[in-house]
Each structure stands twice: as structure tokens, then as C-alpha cells.
Design a protein around this ligand. Structure first.
Ligand code: CMC
Length: 428
């Protein structure tokens, strides 16, 4: 007999089904709760609420496990490539050689963006944050491909949107940077692979061809893999929520980019470097800043620390910390910021406040140091996260549409005024 949960309300018992995932995760299915009992559940920030049933990513925050489609993140980061991982997330299986070649070719074919889009770049202020530019441009793509706005399109047609998005995000992102520094944009070139192409568009100049360094390509590819999906996080949930109203895929991932931008989510990587630079400029007294982070009367938080689901360690942070050492060694860079980060981590990890709350370095703590070492400007850090996360957003959107999930529409408990009569302004 399948397991049931019994809930007692106002002296009556109600039975609700229990759902068990393939990794033995358990949930009480409350889909019928309101119909049966008149009650809803309340869970601010969805800390205990499963929003969907998913086959994409498995994450165990207690033991620090992260797997895409069953494959451990450690193996993928070491042996795979970002495009292969993108295929895995979106299609559910690792590609054969033919499938991978076809997928890569299609993405390469779509890297150019419409010339008319250049006019948007010209209109943005030079100081525009590249995340604002990225999100705007992702949504703008839907105006160039209006057929994407039709609902219930067959997957073969949606697939072109998927290829376009994966291809164009690197051009859009690199051009956002070029625009911010007032340099001419660099067009994509088919001879390069995904990461090489991005680096070339970022750093080549009319005066000087950028020399592609395999150490940098490898490091960036690894970072993109580590960011590729993270189950029902804030931005993926946003993509699913927006997509559930049948908004098109371009707009749905644009909304995801905006959710990612916030400093509590992907925006933390920029905040981490800025925090470390601030501590360094303040004389490097990191202990003082740890004390500030603990002080409830101080709004300062240790950026790059803590996670909603990881309560032991963030497996991505572990891989990135090692990659960070490797990259800096190989490039011969001695960045005092890395030493500061390590000292800060050491103090925080041994401090009762952080131990009790299970606060550990997350993916963003060390990623900024690698981005900095390979020349990515600070304001572009979250854009790099978005480029990595795009296949995850697409996979989450695809799964949600395929499952014909209903429109996302939470309920609430109202605590405002009860009914009262309108009083004309002269009588108030
Ligand atoms: N520094 C100091 N105290 C912290 C921190 C921090 N970074 N993070 C959490 N706490 C404290 C928090 O004040 C609370 O204390 P108390 O129980 O005394 O009220 C306790 O730890 C639990 O924190 P919470 O805010 O209830 O936890 P949450 O799950 O709602 O938030 C978080 C998770 C990631 C938003 C939060 O830890 C945070 O703001 N961290 C800094 C920002 C950051 O690094 N974000 C990137 C997350 S990883 C990238 C991604 O996947 O998005």
C-alpha cells in the first residue's frame, strides 16, 4: 500500500498522498489540500515547498551532492565540456559524437546577432550594468523572431530558439562589455569553439588580436559547467513561473537573468570581489569584517557565504577553490585577494556563529577570483553566471512545458484591513 500522510484539522483526519523521488526524497502531495480542508500551506521563500517534479538535477544539501541527469558534478567538471553538459541538461542524455557535432554546428551557425540589434547597444548609457543589457537583449530577441511567441509550437521549431539562445548569449554578453568600454564590437568567428569565441569577442581589438590561452579556455569552460543548473533556485523558478503563463522562451530566460542579478543569488559573485577589495583597502583586517557579519545591527553579510540548500559544503565551491589555485599558478599570478579570501574563509569556518548556522563558502566565493585572473571585469561576473546557467533555464522551461504544468499562481494569507467604507477626501 502506498504511504499516506494524515493531517488533523478541527478534529477531522485527512489523508494526503506521499511522493518519493528516485533518491528517496519524500514529499506530502498537498495538491488537493484546499479542496479537502479549506486550508492552504504557508511557506515564505518556499523553504519546504516542492514546486515541481523534475528529472534534471539532483542536489543533496546535507551531504554536498550535485548531479546533472545523474552524473556527478565532479566528473562533468573534470571530463566534459560546457556544450556537452548543455546538451545533457536539455536532452537528458549524453550526446553521441554525431549528435554533439550537429548540436555544436547549429550553435556556431547562430552566433551572429541581427545588425539592427547594434542600435540598441548604441542607445544604452555607457554605464549600463551588463546584466541589464543582457536581460533586455534576451527579451529583445523575441522581437526579431516573432514566431517564438506562438504557443504549442512543435519541439523541432522551439529547438531553433534553443540554439539561437545558446549561440547568441555569448555575442550579446561580449558586446555588452565592448559597449561599456566604448570599443568596437568583435563579430563571432566560426573557427573558434564556444569559449574561445566568447573570449575573442571580449578581448580582441582592431589594434591587437587576442591570443587564446588554453589555460583560460579550460578554466572558463569548467566554470560554465559548474553553473549550468541548480534545480529549483530563484532564477530557474522564475523561468518556470514566467514560462507557465506561456510567455515565450526568450522572455522567460530574460526574466531568469533578472532574478539571477540580485546580490543574494548570482549577483553575489560581483559582491564577493568588491567585498574583498573593500577589506583589503581597509587594511586587510578580515577579522573585523567577520565580526560585522555577525552583528545583527549591521546589515553587512559575508558575501559568498551561506546557501539555502547546502548545509555542509557546496561541491561547486570545492572544485572552484582548487581550480582557482591551478589557474593562478599556471598564469603565474599572485593575487593578494586570494590569500585574503582564504584567511577569511578559515576564520569564518572556525567561528561559532558560522558553524551553528552551517554557513560555508558557496560557488560565488572563489569564482570571482578566477574571473578576475582571466581578465573578466567585475561587472561581467554575473553575466558569466548567466551564460553558464542558460542551459539549465532552458531545460527547466522545456520540462515544465512538456509536463503541461498549470500556470504558477501561489495563494496568500491576507492580514490587511477587513471591509470598510470609502470616505470622500474632504471628510478625511
Ligand atoms: N553572512 C552572515 N550571516 C549570514 C549569511 C552571511 N553570508 N548568510 C546567512 N546568514 C545568517 C542569517 O543572518 C541567519 O541568521 P539568524 O538565524 O541568526 O537570523 C542565518 O544565517 C540563516 O540565514 P538565512 O538568510 O535565513 O538563509 P537563507 O537560506 O534564507 O539565505 C542566502 C541563503 C544564500 C541568501 C544567504 O546565506 C546569503 O545572503 N548569503 C550571502 C549572499 C550569497 O553569497 N549568495 C549566493 C548564493 S550561491 C549562488 C546561487 O546559487 O545563487
Amino acid at each position: 500500500m502506498s504511504e499516506k500522510a494524515t493531517i488533523t484539522l478541527e478534529g477531522k483526519n485527512f489523508e494526503l498522498p506521499v511522493i518519493t523521488g528516485t533518491e528517496n526524497e519524500k514529499a506530502i502531495d498537498i495538491t488537493k489540500l484546499r479542496d479537502l480542508t479549506g486550508y492552504i500551506t504557508l511557506d515564505s521563500g518556499y523553504k519546504n515547498t516542492g514546486a515541481t517534479i523534475s528529472q534534471i538535477t539532483y542536489l543533496d544539501g546535507e551531504t554536498g551532492i550535485l548531479r546533472y541527469r545523474g552524473y556527478p558534478i565532479e566528473q562533468l567538471a573534470e571530463k566534459s565540456s560546457f556544450l556537452e553538459v548543455a546538451y545533457l541538461l536539455i536532452y537528458g542524455t549524453l550526446p553521441t559524437t554525431d549528435q554533439f557535432d550537429d548540436f555544436s554546428k547549429k550553435i556556431t551557425r547562430h552566433t551572429l546577432i541581427h545588425e539592427d540589434m547594434k542600435r540598441f547597444y548604441e542607445a544604452f548609457p555607457k554605464k549600463a550594468h551588463p546584466m541589464a543589457v543582457l536581460a533586455s537583449m534576451l527579451c529583445t530577441l523575441s522581437t526579431f523572431y516573432p514566431e517564438s511567441q506562438q504557443t504549442n509550437r512543435p519541439w523541432e521549431e522551439v529547438e531553433t530558439t534553443v540554439h539561437r539562445l545558446l549561440a547568441k548569449i555569448s555575442t550579446i554578453s561580449a558586446w555588452a562589455y565592448k559597449n561599456s568600454v566604448g570599443h568596437p564590437v568583435v563579430y563571432p568567428q566560426n573557427k573558434y569553439n564556444y569559449v574561445e569565441n566568447f573570449l575573442n569577442m571580449m578581448f580582441s581589438m582592431p589594434t591587437e588580436q587576442y591570443e587564446i590561452d588554453p589555460v583560460i579556455v579550460q578554466a572558463l569552460d569548467k566554470l560554465l559547467i559548474l553553473h549550468a543548473d541548480h534545480e529549483q533556485n530563484c532564477s530557474a523558478s522564475t523561468v518556470r513561473m514566467v514560462g507557465s503563463s506561456h510567455a515565450n522562451l526568450y522572455s522567460s530566460v530574460s526574466a531568469g537573468a533578472i532574478a539571477l542579478w540580485g546580490p543574494l543569488h548570482g549577483g553575489a559573485n560581483q559582491e564577493v570581489i568588491e567585498m574583498l577589495q573593500k577589506i583589503q583597502a581597509d587594511g586587510g583586517n578580515y577579522k573585523k569584517w567577520v565580526e560585522k557579519a555577525k552583528d545583527k545591527n549591521d546589515s553587512f553579510k559575508l558575501m559568498g557565504f551561506g546557501h539555502r540548500v547546502y548545509k555542509n559544503f557546496d561541491p561547486r565551491a570545492k572544485i572552484i577553490k582548487k581550480a582557482c589555485d591551478d589557474v593562478l599558478n599556471k598564469l603565474g599570478i599572485n593575487d593578494p585577494i586570494l590569500d585574503l579570501a582564504k584567511q577569511l574563509e578559515e576564520v569564518a569556518l572556525n567561528d561559532q556563529y558560522f558553524v551553528e548556522r552551517k554557513l560555508y563558502p558557496n560557488v560565488d566565493f572563489y569564482s570571482g577570483i578566477i574571473y578576475k585572473a582571466i581578465g573578466i571585469p567585475t561587472e561581467m561576473f554575473t553575466v558569466m553566471f548567466a551564460m553558464g546557467r542558460l542551459p539549465g533555464w532552458i531545460a527547466q522551461w522545456k520540462e515544465m512545458i512538456a509536463a503541461k504544468e498549470p500556470i504558477g499562481r501561489p495563494r496568500q494569507i491576507y492580514t490587511g484591513e477587513t471591509e470598510r467604507n470609502y470616505v470622500p477626501i474632504a471628510k478625511r
